[in-house]
Design a protein around this ligand. Structure first.
Ligand code: HEC
Ligand code: HEC
Length: 342
């Protein structure tokens, strides 16, 4: 891998460093700050330590369309790092122009969420990453094909050896997911709201603070809380035809139950909801009031809440676009065929 491949993680040397540990203030103090936590610098996972080399490798894999059968679709196709980590489509398009059933949630800050997917069926970003590569309607590859492609490229062989030292088979499917997971653990976007949580009262405008208070007093915070401002629980949302978590567990109690999404960067991640049926953030807020709280929010309340939600748009991590290592004559060629199933 070229040494020119690097990511400048943005948290260096600022005062921030001293407040890296999420700050929790009691709810009574400081305008409801106790319901939320500021983002950490990195979403650590003791089982998959984040190292600089692993993050660099993970970034290459994230951007590499050769992880798909067609050689055309990468993680970035549906979770475009330049468009808020989403594809801005109602539901995603995968292999053979297969139109999937659900909206792509953002990869930014996904690593801090307690579970992954709209139905919470994966426990963390490492487990999650193994899914889409093999999903026939997404990247449509097989483990075998992915490993064959990567093993045919000397730079990848070298990089995996370096990143996973002492392992018998460093270039494994698990380690593909571990490297991508480590990269995602750096995709955090601290916002003005984090500054506010860390004590900078002026970081929010008075309108945004009013929106925050409404968000709390109306009860949005009951589900959208913690470090992800969402992502910590599964809740019923009676909307559309998708049966949510029921599809995974077949348990009646899970019918139409969905993982509460993060509201960080929600301004960027339209259209909204698991089916991407709503394009306007204000409309999404109104629907939430009605469906989740039984409230008809006033126009001004919706506008204030929306102003607060826009203050959750964070600072994107700085990255240098890497050059992917070239295919060799041993690299299995792109296969764009779309026969049924695969
Ligand atoms: C074809 C489009 C597509 C591709 C390619 C794709 N994803 Fe996704 N991704 C989705 C969709 C759609 C969902 C939601 C699916 C669901 O909840 O059932 C999702 C969910 C996720 C989530 C969960 C986020 C959350 O809030 O729960 C993460 C993280 C993620 N993808 C990362 C990746 C990574 C890493 C790759 C590459 C290995 C990848 N995706 C490839 C469409 C895609
Ligand atoms: C009872 C729990 C609960 C409450 C209360 C709640 N939400 Fe939600 N919220 C959810 C769930 C679950 C979803 C995901 C819905 C889905 O499956 O599409 C969601 C989705 C959203 C979305 C769409 C995000 C996206 O990326 O598609 C927005 C915006 C939102 N909520 C804002 C609010 C606001 C503002 C309030 C208060 C007026 C609120 N929510 C109250 C549980 C809740």
């Amino acid at each position: 891998m070229k040494s020119s491949v690097y990511i400048v993680l943005t948290f260096i040397l600022s005062v921030f460093v001293f407040f890296a540990v999420p700050v929790v203030v009691s709810a009574a103090e400081g305008g409801g700050k106790g319901y939320f936590k500021a983002l950490p610098q990195i979403a650590e996972n003791p089982e998959n330590p984040v190292t600089k080399d692993k993050v660099e490798l993970g970034m290459l894999l994230y951007l590499d369309p050769r992880l798909s059968k067609s050689g055309f679709i990468s993680c970035n196709s549906c979770h475009n790092l330049s468009t808020g980590g989403v594809d801005n489509l109602p539901t995603s398009i995968g292999h053979g122009w297969h139109i999937g059933p659900r909206n792509a949630p953002t990869v930014f800050n996904a690593a801090v969420l307690k579970t992954q997917f709209w139905d919470g069926r994966a426990k963390d970003v490492e487990e999650q990453a193994k899914g889409p590569i093999l999903n026939p309607g997404e990247m449509a590859a097989t483990e075998e094909l992915v490993l064959k492609r990567l093993r045919s490229i000397p730079e990848y062989r070298k990089a995996f050896k370096k990143v996973f030292p002492g392992e018998k088979k460093p270039l494994s499917y698990d380690n593909v997911a571990n490297a991508i997971g480590a990269f995602e653990r750096t995709l955090l976007t601290p916002s003005r709201f984090d500054k506010y949580l860390l004590g900078e009262e002026d970081a929010l405008t008075s309108r945004e603070k009013r929106g925050l208070n409404t968000f709390i007093s109306k009860g949005c915070v009951g589900c959208h809380n913690g470090v992800g401002i969402g992502g910590a629980s599964l809740q019923r949302f009676d909307y559309g035809t998708d049966q949510g978590r029921f599809e995974v567990t077949k348990n009646e109690a899970d019918r139409k139950v969905f993982r509460v999404p993060t509201l960080r960067n929600v301004e960027l991640t339209y259209p909204y909801f698991h089916d991407g049926s709503v394009w306007s953030l204000k409309e999404a807020v109104m629907i939430m009031g009605e469906k989740q709280l039984g409230l008809k929010l006033k126009k001004k309340e919706v506008a204030d809440i929306t102003a607060f939600l826009k203050a959750l748009s964070g600072q994107m991590p700085e990255m240098t676009i890497p050059q992917l290592p070239l295919s060799t004559r041993h690299t299995p060629r792109p296969d764009v065929s779309i026969e049924a199933g695969k």
